[in-house]
Design a protein around this ligand. Structure first.
Ligand SMILES: Nc1nc2c(c(=O)[nH]1)N[C@H]1C(S)=C(S)[C@@H](COP(=O)(O)OP(=O)(O)OC[C@H]3O[C@@H](n4cnc5c(=O)[nH]c(N)nc54)[C@H](O)[C@@H]3O)O[C@H]1N2
Ligand SMILES: Nc1nc2c(c(=O)[nH]1)N[C@H]1C(S)=C(S)[C@@H](COP(=O)(O)OP(=O)(O)OC[C@H]3O[C@@H](n4cnc5c(=O)[nH]c(N)nc54)[C@H](O)[C@@H]3O)O[C@H]1N2
Ligand code: SF4
Ligand SMILES: [Mo]
Length: 757
């Protein structure tokens, strides 16, 4: 393993026992722990290994876990401070019911009563309006066991088709593109393959702030000579250390990929042997790209011609390479096309499924990968099966012990589910691990919908901003209070281990879901006594699916420090049992097999070939215009996480970035008469926000950036547009037209935000 380079940006902390003091965390307290528990960070999809120090049923600190191969002891600031959540005074320890007579708006009620209330309300609404009058929203921070159980609960217990999850806002464009091109949706290589590669292209990811440990691999590769290309409207921390920066205008990525591929075609920087032997559809893609001349591509994307040429040359002539993308190209109303554009570049180069060469979409949420595989998506059954496919339905109905006819059909995406609430079609909602009031676009609409519900129950360990609208809140479990599996960014299934018991009346999430099923009077299939039992059923349910986990056991995960799926219990070509399949760290290697191709080639289609797809450019919905001349883009900062429910409660993280700012270029600021730290108002067709300006030279002068981790008047999603990709249904968070002006002073942050009619 290469030496770890110094981290000039301090996004990563590396600890030996002697370095503990660096973190300011309680590493070497005078209180000795009773035990150390090896587990994983609860935040992002890297799922770094960490050891929690436990004393008297409390997590009191952490130790590095040097042996875990992915992060080898390193953590980012969030991982370092995550243990502070458990002892936070806001941690829910009882069930709550909405109570206008109480000062807080809520009062406690016994857990059993809360469950009965939830069950009665669900039954009442379903008796009057039918099973589909209840919607369920899940989350990709949940363990895979919980996501599996939730999908089963919606279909088998509630009999509603209307379940979806917050990964709809995150990974679905990449997932849909991967399925279209490869027939499987997983990163292709372990990250250790990156070290020693020639070129790494990062498209639309603030990788240093959002995926710090991945960035460490990129920097190791750079130390060994790799050229780094970054494509982003902002000169992100990773872009500051890259070799070629492509300052793309928000929403123009498909054009950029088509233009670069066109140069590769013109110069014949292609792997013809690979294209001929392993792909279909190249000619249609080449015909489309011929429209993307160099001058036109530069004009549309805002990237200089010489930079496009250089990108094509480096990519086209490399011997080994990686291409990564994240939400910067995916959070668009043509997010699937953007992702397909990157895949076309990879397939044209032939560099996939090989040591030192691969492709991946960087997973966001803790279980962004596992949480999108086993049935909490509206169109999906476990094992990445399709809820509309008769064979798949038959198989899963068999595992669940029900008649295939009883399984509901496909539901709708998470935003459409709110539109159904708005139209009065869905009258009751159960949500777990999702905070849509902060995280969905145009969120005044979401608030209005929440107030229309006849009944709303939320399961969380904090009273998040959405749960403030709930009739009943059930106290769920923190990561360290339960066990289960999670699949991290590389496709490695890992095991989260329990460190402490749930406090007070709080329960493990899977128990809560089962308790509701029992109280509704449909306990069949919801009698698991521990997560391991759920996992054992999931193994069977996933068997023969694209996401085959059937050969994975808790023991294998612990022994191997993770298992890469697919991991078979049977050879998909012959059906012969495999005693101990080790898993599949690298996809698509020569000779690899899968249940779809059955040995005819490495890709997951009957002919074993990957698909080129025409990835056509479409301008964004609500693009910049005369009226709204600036591009607004939104995203993240290193110290905050998602809707901020968890990280806005951790003091040291708040201190690092206390409030959102409007990032703008000095030239734009000068034009508007705004200086750094002054109040500025950004306005779109949906709403306005007033925040302090942060004047930086690291952003395009035609673009502003606002991080979205805050609620109410500080929420960036007051401004964003609810346009969605037609295939993946991901919202277009990364661009819309906006105007900015100097503000007189701070807004009244405490004013109640009224839903806009
Ligand atoms: N600190 C921190 N880390 C996180 C998270 C967090 O909330 N905080 N969340 C996790 C999750 S769930 C996710 S999904 C990931 C997200 O990880 P990323 O996708 O890396 O993060 P974002 O900030 O959403 O956006 C990435 C970049 O896209 C750029 N961008 C904006 N518009 C465009 C465009 O049109 N084209 C291109 N090429 N780039 C554009 C932005 O400038 C930004 O730098 O991070 C994970 N890690
Ligand atoms: N403008 C804008 N909006 C965005 C984005 C953007 O870039 N720009 N990014 C989008 C993306 S990529 C994402 S992933 C979404 C995320 O959006 P959300 O999913 O709404 O954000 P979270 O903060 O993860 O909310 C999850 C809730 O789950 C709870 N939770 C976490 N773990 C558990 C658990 O194990 N059990 C239980 N019971 N509860 C748990 C947390 O306390 C929190 O209240 O936001 C999206 N919204
Ligand atoms: S937030 Fe992500 S990168 Fe940071 S320690 Fe946790 S898992 Fe690792
Ligand atoms: Mo995400």
């Amino acid at each position: 393993m290469a030496e770890i380079p110094a981290d000039p940006l301090r996004i990563i902390e590396r600890f030996g026992p002697h370095l503990s003091a660096m973190t300011g965390a309680r590493l070497s307290t005078s209180v000795e722990p009773d035990r150390l528990v090896k587990t994983h960070c609860c935040f992002c999809g890297q799922q770094c290994g960490i050891q929690l120090k436990v004393r008297d049923n409390e997590v009191i600190g952490f130790e590095p876990w040097e042996e875990f191969p992915f992060n080898r002891g390193m953590l980012c600031p969030k991982g370092v401070k995550r243990y502070l959540q458990g002892s936070h005074p806001d941690r829910l320890t009882t069930a709550l019911r909405r109570d206008p007579s109480s000062a807080s708006g809520f009062s406690s009620l016994p857990y059993g009563e809360a469950i009965i209330r939830v069950a009665n309300e669900i039954a009442r609404i379903q008796q009057t309006h039918g099973p589909g009058a209840i919607g369920v929203l899940g989350g990709a921070s949940l363990t895979t066991e919980k996501t599996y159980l939730l999908g089963k609960f919606a279909r088998v217990c509630l009999k509603t088709p209307f379940i979806d999850y917050n990964g709809r806002l995150c990974m679905v464009s990449a997932g849909a593109a991967n399925k279209k091109a490869f027939g499987i949706d997983r990163t292709t290589n372990p990250w250790s393959d990156m070290v020693g590669t020639d070129v790494i292209w990062v498209a639309g990811s603030n990788v240093a702030e959002c995926s710090p440990i991945t960035t460490n691999y990129i920097w190791q590769a750079r130390e060994q000579g790799a050229k780094i290309i970054v494509q982003d409207p902002r000169i992100t921390p990773a872009a500051r250390t890259c070799d070629l920066y492509l300052p793309v205008k928000p929403g123009r990525d498909a054009a950029l990929f088509a233009g670069v591929l066109q140069i590769m075609i013109e110069r014949d920087w292609l792997d013809h042997a690979f294209i001929d032997a392993h792909t279909v559809g190249f000619d249609q893609v080449a015909a489309y790209c011929s429209e993307w001349t160099l001058p036109r591509t530069a004009e549309v994307t805002g990237v200089p011609q010489r930079a496009l040429m250089l990108a094509a040359e480096w990519w086209g002539t490399a011997k080994t390479s990686f291409l990564f993308h994240a939400r910067g190209i995916e959070h668009h109303s043509n997010g699937v096309q953007n992702s397909l554009g990157t895949i076309n570049l990879v397939l044209a180069s032939g560099r996939i499924g090989k040591p030192k060469s691969g492709y991946g979409t960087i997973v966001g949420q803790a279980n962004g990968q596992g949480g999108r595989e086993h049935g909490q998506k509206c169109d999906q059954l476990p094992g990445w099966r399709d809820i509309s496919n008769p064979e798949h339905r038959q198989y899963i109905a068999g595992v669940w012990g029900i008649d295939e006819q009883e399984l509901p059909g496909p539901g709708v995406d998470a935003y459409e589910l709110f539109r159904k609430i708005d139209r009065g079609e869905i009258k009751g909602l159960l949500s777990i691990c999702f905070n849509p009031k902060v995280s969905l676009p145009d969120n005044a609409f979401v608030t209005r919908c929440l107030e229309k519900l006849e009944f709303y129950a939320a399961i969380d360990f904090f009273l998040n901003d959405t749960a403030w609208h709930a009739d009943v809140v059930l106290p769920g479990s923190l990561h360290e209070e339960d066990e289960g599996t999670v699949t991290q960014v590389e496709g490695r299934i890992i095991k989260v281990n329990k460190a402490v018991d749930c406090p007070g009346d709080a329960r493990e999430d899977w128990r809560i879901i089962q308790d509701i099923a029992h109280a509704i009077g449909r306990p069949h299939g919801f009698t698991f006594t521990e997560p391991r039992e759920i996992f054992e059923e999931l193994r069977v349910a996933s068997k023969g699916g694209v996401a085959d986990y059937s050969g994975v056991t808790y023991e294998k995960i612990t022994q191997q420090l993770g298992v890469f799926w697919p991991c078979y219990s049977e050879d998909p070509r012959t059906g012969v049992a495999i005693a101990d399949h080790p898993g599949t760290p690298r996809l698509f290697e020569a000779g690899s097999y899968n249940p779809v191709a059955r040995g005819s080639g490495p890709f997951y289609f009957p002919d074993g070939r990957a698909r080129f797809n025409v990835a056509d450019y479409r301008p964004p919905v609500d693009d910049a215009s005369d009226e709204y001349p600036i591009y607004l883009t939104t995203g993240r900062v290193v110290s905050q996480f998602l809707s901020g429910t968890q990280t806005r409660r951790i003091g040291p993280l708040v201190k690092q970035y206390p409030e959102p700012r409007i990032e703008m270029h000095p030239r734009l600021a000068a034009k508007l008469g705004i200086t750094d730290g002054e109040w500025a108002t950004a306005e779109t067709r949906r709403g306005t926000i007033t925040l302090k300006a942060q004047v930086v030279t690291t952003i395009r002068p035609d673009t502003i950036f606002i991080p979205y981790h805050w609620a109410g008047r500080k929420s960036a999603n007051q401004l964003t547009v609810a346009a969605q990709d037609p295939i993946s249904k991901i919202p277009q968070y990364k661009v819309c037209g906006c105007r900015v002006r100097k503000a007189d002073g701070p807004p009244d942050y405490d004013a109640v935000l009224e839903p806009q009619q």
